[in-house]
Design a protein around this ligand. Structure first.
Ligand code: SF4
Length: 227
């Protein structure tokens, strides 16, 4: 079952509440009354333009990744794209530059877009579930991803792509709520509200397992036919 936007906003509210409690603890408070937090108090409505949403993400301190990041990596590309790529988290080079999918995995993605799909990076939109670099990029924490992924859902709502390529298990999970292994679901089409998701292997996985390129090529040719 896909995770609803309301559930996501509830997660975001909980994250904000935890942050407030943590700040109070740092100020020396040991006890506080739960009634001082009214449900309707925090305005967590995400902005309705990509520029405002990016501004909010750039200033976001909702999870502890804000302490270790160098730059927020919001995403980039055609804001009216039919095709969107979603990875898991920024790499070290993304974190330094603020640009999405740079470095070796970015080169793999660029080749997929240009050589297989016959498009350019400027034709599509590219982002991640997490907008800040995880300390261990191999295994970003589910708590961080839960807090961050309303930004991703809002990006999808505003861009309105027809097709979303989910790179790897984490992106697939946070877009669909399904915990299946990527090898079980790759290449399948999953209808969401207004768009379709196609999961496939992450470019990083291809760098470690070049033999999987054949399967990704099959998935991308399916994407090309759908476009
Ligand atoms: S990872 Fe997401 S939720 Fe956490 S600080 Fe960055 S933008 Fe905010």
């Amino acid at each position: 079952m896909p995770i609803s936007y309301n559930t996501l906003m509830k997660n975001l509210k909980n994250a904000l509440l935890l942050k407030q409690l943590y700040q109070l603890k740092q100020l020396g408070y040991k006890y506080t009354s739960a009634t001082c937090y009214k449900e309707e108090e925090p305005d967590l409505t995400l902005p309705n333009t990509l520029a405002s949403l990016e501004k909010q993400a750039v200033e976001c301190h909702l999870c502890e990744l804000s302490k270790s990041r160098t730059k927020v990596v919001f995403g980039e590309g055609n804001t009216n794209a039919d095709l969107m790529f979603v990875g898991d988290a920024p790499s070290n080079s993304d974190d330094s530059s603020g640009k999405v999918f740079t470095g070796r995995s970015g080169d793999v993605l660029t080749k997929m877009i240009e050589n297989v799909l016959g498009l350019s990076r400027a034709d599509v939109y590219i982002t991640n579930v997490l907008k800040c670099r995880a300390q261990n990029t191999q295994n970003p924490s589910p708590a961080h991803a839960h807090t961050c992924h309303p930004y991703l859902l809002k990006q999808i709502e505003l861009i309105k792509p027809k097709l979303v390529i989910a790179f790897g298990e984490m992106a697939y999970h946070y877009l669909t709520g399904d915990d299946s292994e990527i090898s079980q679901v790759r290449g399948n089409l999953y209808k969401q509200d207004g768009y379709t998701i196609l999961p496939t292997y992450h470019p990083n996985y291809l760098l470690r397992n070049p033999s999987a390129k054949k399967e990704v090529m099959t998935d991308l040719l399916k994407v090309k036919n759908l476009l």
